[in-house]
Write a protein that binds this ligand. Structure first.
Ligand code: HEM
Ligand code: HEM
Ligand code: SF4
Ligand code: SF4
Length: 393
């Protein structure tokens, strides 16, 4: 296909050493008129400093309330090929593992019905297929689902759960993040596909506190692998780190947030009672230090990015939960949270904001968790649990 538009402003974005989305859209535009018009419209946006995408109505596939995000151009006369430009969210496999065959199949479907443009992956975790027309949606869905794919969540629904690669590739995983995520995805199918909540609800699972999925900042429910008991120390390996030039006092002892490590030049000691399982020392001295044997997860609640009010981080609501299939305790707890939020939340109010508005006591009473000191959100702030008259003896 011949080049349809001159794009001097977008061309600037191809300069520099890093990959450029402009380069990729141009490649797609060789085959796809949609991608070509998308370039044209984008160039115009850069020129006029105005956006031309409309949030658009309800589009989707039969039987699903979400999974497709409707978008239209507000300049359909000028850029007819992007008059519709809907995004299809496809539920990714846990930990984002694919065979090349699976990737080729997805791309073939998308070349056939869409712009050919994809985003691996959206911040929700899903495979994002960018740009198709309303009348193509059923065909896309039929082709994808016949190959075993399903749509992800969108709108006021459970969003597609996601996790770090966990035990598949990482020795620090304290929990099977992949299995947990798969099990939650299957367990909450109805909530995923039929939006019925006040707003979005995200679950992300990390195998340890390094938190490679940034669950603590991006998920209403953050599940973070941890352990009970003492960190295992191999003093022989500690010596090797020292011999190989590691400044153990500067890099480990002084960096421990709870100041619970000491090192006298020979032996490394940890006061495990004070350790908050931050993973710093283990991540730095992988060969010398290992988590304790009793594995489980800390469950945290409430993070979100700003929409109306500022961003929030998740905070602890269950310090330690054993997580074994079929994860009944976890699923029951999440169901209770959803019920409480559904009953009390205002439209577009995330569960963390609701807790800030009406208080922790109502939440804990409803879900049946006892208030514990680990729930204190951060130092130098009032513990936000207030006892009821009836609690006082
Ligand atoms: C001239 C004397 C003092 C001044 C000006 C003072 C001032 C302060 C200030 C500004 C804070 C920080 C509040 C915050 O971050 O929200 C604080 C915290 C605190 N003060 Fe004092 N203080 C004084 C004496 C004392 C004494 C004598 C005690 C105990 C016997 C005490 C116990 C505390 C405690 C327990 C905290 C809370 C610490 C924390 O949350 O980490 N203070 N004080
Ligand atoms: C009628 C008596 C008192 C009243 C009305 C009172 C009121 C308050 C209030 C409103 C705060 C701020 C709490 C917040 O962070 O929101 C506070 C903080 C504090 N009060 Fe009192 N107080 C009284 C007596 C005392 C006494 C007798 C002590 C110590 C012996 C004390 C020690 C402190 C300390 C250390 C803080 C700082 C806590 C922090 O910032 O973390 N107060 N007080
Ligand atoms: S969060 Fe922890 S377990 Fe998961 S990949 Fe990162 S380091 Fe490994
Ligand atoms: S895990 Fe973190 S808090 Fe615990 S000993 Fe290591 S550095 Fe300190």
């Amino acid at each position: 296909m011949e080049k349809k538009y001159e794009t001097p402003l977008l061309d600037e974005l191809e300069k520099g050493p890093w990959p450029s989305f402009v380069k990729e859209i141009k490649k797609a535009a060789v085959k796809s008129e949609m991608a070509a018009d998308e370039l044209g419209q984008l160039e115009k946006s850069y020129r006029t400093k105005r956006g031309y995408w409309k949030h658009g109505g309800i589009v989707g596939v039969l039987g699903y309330g979400g999974g497709v995000i409707g978008r239209y151009s507000s300049l359909p006369g000028e850029f007819p090929k992007v008059a519709h430009f809907h995004t299809v969210r496809v539920n990714q496999p846990s930990g984002w593992f694919y065979t090349t065959k699976a990737l080729r199949e997805i791309c073939d479907v998308w070349d056939k019905y869409g712009s050919g443009l994809t985003n691996f992956h959206g911040s929700t975790g899903d495979i994002i297929l960018l740009g198709t027309r309303t009348e193509n949606l059923e065909a896309v869905f039929a082709e994808l689902s016949s190959r075993g794919w399903d749509l992800g969540g969108s709108g006021s629904a459970m969003r597609t759960p996601s996790c770090c690669v966990g035990p598949a590739r990482c020795e620090w995983a304290n929990i099977d993040t992949l299995d947990i995520t798969y099990s939650l995805t299957q367990g909450f199918q109805d909530e995923l596909h039929r939006p019925a909540f006040p707003y979005k609800f995200k679950i992300k699972t990390a195998g340890c506190a390094v938190d490679c999925v940034a669950s603590i900042a991006r998920a209403d429910v953050s599940i973070i692998g941890t352990w009970k008991g003492d960190i295992k120390i191999d003093q022989g390996e500690v010596k090797k780190y020292a011999k190989n030039g590691m400044d153990i006092n500067a890099e480990i002892v002084d960096m421990c947030p709870t100041e619970c490590i000491s090192y006298d030049g020979k032996e490394l000691k940890i006061n495990n009672e004070d350790c908050n399982r931050c993973m710093h020392c283990i991540a730095k001295m992988t060969k010398a230090l290992k988590p304790g044997d009793e594995k489980g997860a800390t469950i945290l609640l409430g993070s979100k990015a700003p929409i109306v009010v500022g961003s929030m981080m998740s905070w602890v609501i269950v310090p330690f939960m054993k997580l074994e299939p079929p994860y009944t305790e976890l699923k029951d707890l999440i169901r209770k949270m959803l019920e409480w939020w559904d009953e009390n939340g205002k439209p577009r109010e995330r569960i963390g904001e609701l807790i800030e508005r009406i208080g922790m006591r109502s939440f804990l009473e409803y879900v049946g968790l006892p208030p514990v000191p680990q729930m204190v959100k951060e130092p130098r702030r009032d513990p936000f649990y207030f006892w009821a008259e009836s609690d006082l003896k």
